[in-house]
Design a protein around this ligand. Sequence first.
Ligand code: GSH
Length: 206
Amino acid sequence: MIDLYTAATSNGQRASVMLEATGLPYRAHKIDLATGAQRNPEFLKLNPAGQIPVIVDHGGPGGKPITVAQSGAIVLYLAERSGRFLPTEPVQRTRVLEAFMQVMTDVAPASAALFYMSKATEPPNPDVMAYCKSRFLSMLALVDRRLSRHPWLAGEEISIADFALYPTVAARKAILEEATGLSDLRRWAETMALRPDVARGMAVPG
Ligand SMILES: N[C@@H](CCC(=O)N[C@@H](CS)C(=O)NCC(=O)O)C(=O)O
C-alpha cells in the first residue's frame, strides 16, 4: 500500500494521476496548504522541504518502506515500481526520459513562474506577467511540435511524459484556450481528459 500526501495542485495531481494510471493501490491524504499543514512537524518528517506531493510506499525496495518527495521522482518511482509507462528498450527509454525532462524542467517551471510572479507584487506587474506567459506559450509550442509527429509526447505509446504534463496543461486551461495554434496539444489534452485514470487522478484529494 502507498500513502500519498497531496493537495489539489498540478504537482500533487502529477502523483495521483500516475498512481491511477499504474493501478497501484494507494490512500490519499489531503494536506491543507492554506492552513500551513505542510509545515506541521509530522509532515516535515516526511518532507523537510514542507512541500507536497509525498508518497510513502510501505512495500518499497527489499520490502522496506520508502518515502519519496518531488513529483517527478514520484512519477519515475511509480513507473519502475509498476513496470509501466517507461520502456526498458534503451532508445525508447531515452526518448521517453527526454520528453519527461522537457516537461519537468522546462514546461512545469515556466508554469510555476506564472504562479509566483502573479503573487510577487500587488497588483501583478503586467510586463512581467506578459513575459512569463509568452515564455510558457513558447514551451507549449515545443510540446505541440512533438505532438504533431506522433500521438503521444514520446512516440506511439503513452508514457510518464504524458502523465507528467497533463496536470500542468489542465491548470493553464485559460491560457491554452485564448492561444492561437497548438492544435495538436489541444487534441492531446482532450484525449487525456477523457481517460478515466486521468480523470480520477485529477480529482484527488477531493
Ligand atoms: N518541485 C516540487 C515542487 C513541489 C511544490 O511546489 N509543492 C507546492 C504545492 S504545488 C507546495 O507544497 N507548496 C507549499 C509551500 O511551499 O509552503 C515537485 O515537483 O514536487
